[in-house]
Design a protein around this ligand. Sequence first.
Ligand SMILES: [Fe+2]
Ligand SMILES: [Fe+2]
Length: 212
Amino acid sequence: MTVHTYDDTLRAFDWLQPGQVFVMTTGDNPRPVLRRLQSDRPRQFEWGILEDGPARYRVEIRRRAADEPRAVSEYLGWDHQRLSAILDEVSRLVRKEACQDAARSFAEFACGLNWHINAEETTLFPAFEQTIGIVDGPTTVLREEHRLIRRWMDEVSAALNDPTAAERAITGLEEILSEHNIKEEQVLYPMTDGALAGGRERDDLVNRIQVT
Ligand SMILES: [Fe+2]
Ligand SMILES: [Fe+2]
């Protein structure tokens, strides 16, 4: 849906039932809309970037079931699942040899994962390092894995016109990504949530991650 004003966005959001999603398409950077939505509909939505400009932006906004304070585990765990579902779709399209559709879907995946990695490195990891007090530990390992994950993304991107090579590269990417996600979901995210004083602090960190 292309929306023209902030009020359109608010109206479209208020129509959603819990669990439903709408995709906002806009020519302007949507982060100012996100900040207003965070203040007008606090804790009520998830936000995932599908296309990040400069000509066009597309954002997926999903209504949450409850407006309780969020935790890093919930928000970034949800984003892992969202991205895995897109990568599964890329795989399916590659197997059907639908190269153009696969490339379109992969562009969405790459946009989302690049955003996710950037949000972790610029907002989450520094928060972890500061609250836990460990600088040269898990975040160093995870940053190195991000570098390898980006290399696998380049491999997939370069192979999308060749289904056999693309399938092989997607399998490599899925393997490293699933190990990486497990470490974050079982160690880094819960440690960060546990180290923050309460629901309000966790929710504030989720807001800061969202606007990265
Ligand atoms: Fe990560
Ligand atoms: Fe992650």
